[in-house]
Structures are given as C-alpha cells and as structure tokens.
Design a protein around this ligand. Structure first.
Ligand code: NAD
Length: 388
C-alpha cells in the first residue's frame, strides 16, 4: 500500500473580497500587540493601509516592520527576528510577496526560539524548530510563491539560497485576495506568474506527485496558462488576476505536498550569485530543464501541454512533449522574460561554480523524474547560457 502525507494550511480564505475576513480572524486570537511585516513599497502604495485600517480603533497595538527587501538576505531575517523577540508581540501578520511572507512566518516562529536564524538553515544549520511560535496570518500581494500555504522560508546567502522548513512555519490563516494584486507591475506579474507555473509543473512531474497533488497542479497550470498573458498586459483585468491568484494558491499547495525539483535546484544559485529574482531564475531555466528531462516523463508532458491549452491530437508522445517545451518557451518569451542566461549578463565562466552549488541541492534533485548528475546540470546550464 502506498500513501501520501498531505499537509494543508489550517484555514484559508481565497477570492475577491476575502480580505474582509481579516478582522474576525484577528479577533479569534484576541491579541494585544500585533507585528505587521511588510515591505516599504507596499506602505507607500497604500496597500498596507488598505489591509490594516479595519483593525484600527479596536484596541490592538499595531507595529509596522517595513525593512523587508526582495529575496531577503539572511542578515535581514536576523534583524527582524531580534526585533520580534524584543517586542513581545502576540501575533504576526505578513503582507506582501513571498519575501515579506517568508520573513513574517520565520519571525513568528523564531520569536520563541533561541539562537541565530542561521542555526536553523536546512543545509548548514544545527538547531531544530520545536515550538509553534506566535499565531500568524499571511496575506499575499503577488500571485507567485504560494508562501501563504507552504512551510518554508527562503533566504539568500552569499552564493546561493537556502531554506528553513518546518510545519510550524505554516500560516494559521491565509487570506488570498486577488484585489491586492491589481497593482503588481507587468515585470513582477510575469516573473511571479511563471514562478507559480513552475511550482505546478515541477510538482506534476515530481516523483512524489500523487492523484491529489496532480489535481491541484493541473488546475493551476490551466488557470495560469489561460490568464498569465492577460494579467501581464492588462493588470486591471479582474478575471485574469483572480485566475492567477487561484493558480498560485493551488500551485503552492501542490508543490508543498509534492515538492519542486531540478528547476529550483538550478535556480537557487542563480538567485544567490547574480540576484535574479526567484521568478526570473525559474523562468529562464524552466524550458531547458524540461527539455532535458522530458523523455523521463513523456505522458506527464502531454498532460501539461493540454492543460496549457495545446493539443496532442495526432502527435506522438515524443512530438507532444517537445511541443510542450516550445509552448512554455513561447509563453515565457511573450511575457517579456529573457530566454537565456547570457541575457542576464551571467558570464560563461560562472557556469562551473553554479553547477557545484546546484549539485548540493540534493533534496530538490531527488524529486526529479530524471536524476540529474553534476554533469547533467552543467549541460543544462550551458544550454540555458547559449539559448539552445
Ligand atoms: P517579492 O516579495 O520579492 O516582491 C517583488 C516586488 O514586488 C517587490 O518590490 C514588492 O514590493 C513588489 N510588490 C509586491 N506586491 C505588490 C503589489 N501588490 N503591487 C505592487 N508591487 C508589489 O516577490 P515574490 O516573487 O512574491 O517573492 C520572492 C521571494 O519568495 C523570494 O525570496 C523567493 O525565494 C521566495 N519564495 C518562497 C516560497 C515559499 O514557499 N516560501 C516559494 C517560492 C519563492
């Protein structure tokens, strides 16, 4: 008998207007001091005010922490965790993209732990999370990472990225209101949208995929496939934003339970060393990794093609899986993301070092339907560098 362990965020509100559920959910926890973790741009744009103003006048002491930066480095998380420990808060609300949400959940949990954040890193840490921490409500403002439903926080290190993961990092409540994503600019919409698509595709071809995660992944691919371009080119399109929001939420649930694999293993060093956003690193690598592994999961590639709106009718599986990769290449190109590493000014001389770092991501690589050796990884980076 084989079975899957499936973990879902305890409670989610998903859909246009779901933000209204924030006040009753906060009331359930009866906090006195609430820490809101967000980034300065969202404060400037009035998005934070939109979220927190209904909480004002109810007697809560609300503290804004606005020092979140994109792709947060370890040092940023260390500062926030010290601030949270000193502040004696009893609830954390994260508002923002994956960068703010990852830091908010980490602060909520490490507030009740000792030591440095670095002590808890997956690859190099020595300490284990063993306490639930403060209650946390996560409110995404991008449609991408799925951080609101995953148990990981991603941090940028000097030459790569690493994660801290534990089920206590899961949100107590996730509120996913697409209204908050209307203002996301086209470039960020494209990168975050392809990030979500990558989550869904990697979860679908993962060796840990199950019928439950397959349903989540395929529906995510359908929604993102039909609405990504519209969301990028006409950000005011309500239906496109709703689809992207549902798609990234579903993709988050899918990849949290089935895992991501080769694309992420190769993307982490790119983000760490060359500061590409997480979405861009995934987007530039996705077609090359899939082109390399497609023959190990041909039927799944056909399903992905069909979920993207393509047809495999009258094609052999080999042809259809090739067309699946080309369809993705065209989609990524159409939303304006450069198609090769050279376009991001990454020198060819960096490929050996990137390969060594990617090969260390053994947990991610183990989920790939084709086990990627260091030699395979080098070949994929070369192809992505040249654009072939
Ligand atoms: P982000 O949070 O870094 O935000 C990107 C930019 O978009 C920022 O400048 C931000 O201010 C802006 N922005 C956010 N919402 C906006 C809005 N509504 N309107 C206008 N601008 C807005 O980007 P992201 O891609 O959401 O998150 C990336 C981070 O998440 C990376 O560190 C990545 O490694 C991590 N990540 C985490 C998980 C997870 O499961 N925890 C999964 C994937 C990625």
């Amino acid at each position: 008998m084989s079975f899957s362990k499936l973990v879902f965020t305890p409670l989610s509100y998903v859909g246009w207007g779901s933000l209204e559920q924030l006040v009753p959910e906060v009331q359930n926890y009866q906090p006195n001091k609430i820490l809101v973790v967000t980034d300065p741009l969202l404060v400037k744009m009035g998005i934070v005010e939109q979220v927190t103003s209904p909480l004002e006048g109810s007697g809560y002491e609300i503290t804004l922490y606005t020092e979140v930066v994109p792709e947060p480095p370890l040092q940023t998380s260390e500062k926030l965790v010290s601030f949270t420990r000193e502040g004696q808060f009893d609830m954390v609300i994260g508002i923002g993209g994956g960068s703010a949400l990852d830091l908010a959940k980490l602060a909520a949990v490490l507030a009740v732990h000792e030591g440095e954040v670095a002590d808890y890193l997956h690859l190099s840490g020595t300490k284990k999370i063993d306490k639930r921490g403060l209650p946390k409500i996560l409110i995404p403002t991008t449609s991408g990472t799925g951080s609101e439903v995953t148990n990981i926080s991603v941090l940028s290190l000097e030459t790569t990225k690493d994660v801290i993961s534990h089920d206590y990092l899961l949100a107590d409540v996730a509120i996913v209101d697409p209204k908050l994503t209307i203002s996301v600019p086209p470039k960020v919409t494209a990168a975050t949208g392809v990030d979500a698509l990558t989550h869904a595709i990697e979860a679908y071809v993962s060796v840990h995929a199950s019928p439950v995660t397959d349903g989540l992944s395929l529906q995510a691919i359908r929604l993102i496939g039909r609405s990504l371009q519209m969301a990028v080119h006409n950000g005011e399109d309500k239906q496109a934003r709703i689809d992207m929001s549902n798609g990234s939420y579903l993709a988050g649930l899918a990849f949290f339970n089935a895992g991501v694999a080769g694309v992420h293993a190769l993307a982490y060093p790119l983000g760490g060393q060359f500061h590409l956003s997480h979405g861009e690193s995934n987007a530039v690598l996705l077609p090359y990794v899939l082109a390399y592994i497609r023959r190990s999961c041909p039927k799944r590639m056909v399903d992905i093609l069909e979920a993207l709106g393509g047809t495999a009718f009258s094609l052999s599986t080999e042809e259809a899986s090739y067309i699946c990769v080309e369809t993705l290449r065209n989609l990524i190109d159409e939303v304006g993301i450069p198609s090769k590493l050279a376009d991001f000014n990454i020198p060819e001389a960096a490929l050996d070092g990137l390969t060594r770092d990617a090969a260390k991501q053994k947990r991610l690589l183990a989920r790939s339907p084709l086990l990627l050796s260091e030699e395979d990884i080098r070949i994929i980076y070369q192809a992505a560098f040249e654009g072939v």
